[in-house]
Design a binder for this molecule. Sequence first.
Ligand code: SF4
Ligand code: SF4
Length: 515
Amino acid sequence: DIGKNLASNLNNEKTIDIWLNSPVVGVFSDGLVGIVKEGKYVLVKPERLLITTGAREKTLAFPGCDLPGVYGAGAFQTLVNRDLVKPTDKLFIVGGGNVGLIGAYHALQAGVDVIGIVEALPECGGYKVHLDKIKRLGIPIFTSHTVLRAEGKEHLEKVVISRIDDKFRPIKGTERVFDADTLLIAVGLTPVDELKNQAEEFGLKTYAAGDADIIAEASAAMFSGRITARKILMDMGFDVEVPPEWEDMVNILRSRPGPVKGIYPPPKDKDVYPVIRCAQEIPCNPCTEACVLQSIKIKEPTMMGRPQFEGDCLGCARCVSICPGLAITLVDKRYDKTKKTARVVIPWEMPEGTIKTGQSVKTTGMEGEVIGEGKVIAMKKSEWQNRRTLVSLEVPYKEANLVAGIQIKKPTDKKSIPRVKEPTDDEIIICRCERVTKKEIKDYIKKTGTRDINAVKAALRVGMGPCGGKTCTELTMRIFREMGIDLKEVTPPVERPFTQEVPLKSFLREKGGKK
Ligand code: SF4
Ligand code: SF4
């Protein structure tokens, strides 16, 4: 919806020409930019060039990483969110950052069985509210684990994971095997900046915004676009400025989440109130604007503070509807005069039919711990969020403050299944275009003692394929590091000119009525 709104705003600007289906295919030393405009090659000479090419995903190399069914979280999100395709039944995810956590949540919303998430670090790096909402549904999170291999004949069938030590080495005997048909790799993003680098090299007045500049959340990308637009106008001599508060805001939106500090306790003297489980400093504050009584406040000077409830509550559940982290529930103790039970309203976004009115459910606490049993007494579409349902649960009175969600996935069997076969370097494909294995690269580095990635490239063709070394270059650098070689000693690759494959017919011109 954000994209549609932005596009419709631009469509209303009569002075802006929008060229759809028109990729930039090169930027040249004479300051010209080549574009295939709806199939025809054209050259433009921009006064200023703003690059907003976004980011591409980083990847991992392990045996089976090139099997069909192993792909980047961005591709998966595009299929699920944009194309409304359900591309998998059983999904496993590598990476506990926001991309992996949100990917898992979107998959669950699409009715996919999410088997688990592995994260190499001892803690997931994504926002705690996103992590908690996954845990509450019962999805297992394996921290300090990595994916060891992907297995399958023609398509992914199994994922093997293993615990790792503090040097990220797999620990023997801790392997576990899961059936899965899709494995998402969500291990971070890197700016798509080849065009920007080349334009700068050729002296074009170049600017970047969004992920092409700095990787951050979508809200930061939109804000940085506004700021960069103003900067371009200023450089062109227009009488505008960038308000200092815009710079402050973009810095906040780009900041990493702060420490987890715990939640403010719910009030003891009220019968109806929200319980806000937002324990970490994150750039978020819609809850503070949701409450008509202004009873939810962030007292710290910036939106990075933690919200707290203070004052009166109408029991409207607007805050429950609006919180993007699904971190707020509403407790209504007026429900049962005998004080045996209470009503708890929780936000719900799972597919229709996952739970039904009248059903008994297993309730979970803030971080997915099982609290007890509850009964679904009502389900109502939210008036404020079209994709959210407000589920009223009847729960034991004493558990009302603790209940934060409903478990939909049963805990997995904790038993490890040790695997004899260890991954070997000759099974790991580093350059997919040229089919070069990790073993070949390591052997070449050992044999020649080279510290130049260009030498590896010339000898083995790593990075010479049509993708232009977009994934294997970084993986090859990692191999140098794994071999104990200081990356400062390694000569980086010569950057390939930014080009894209273009059909020859794009260059044809009409002359005298003939092509
Ligand atoms: S339930 Fe309504 S009145 Fe109560 S805190 Fe939330 S938004 Fe405010
Ligand atoms: S809306 Fe409020 S409670 Fe929800 S995640 Fe944002 S800051 Fe936290």
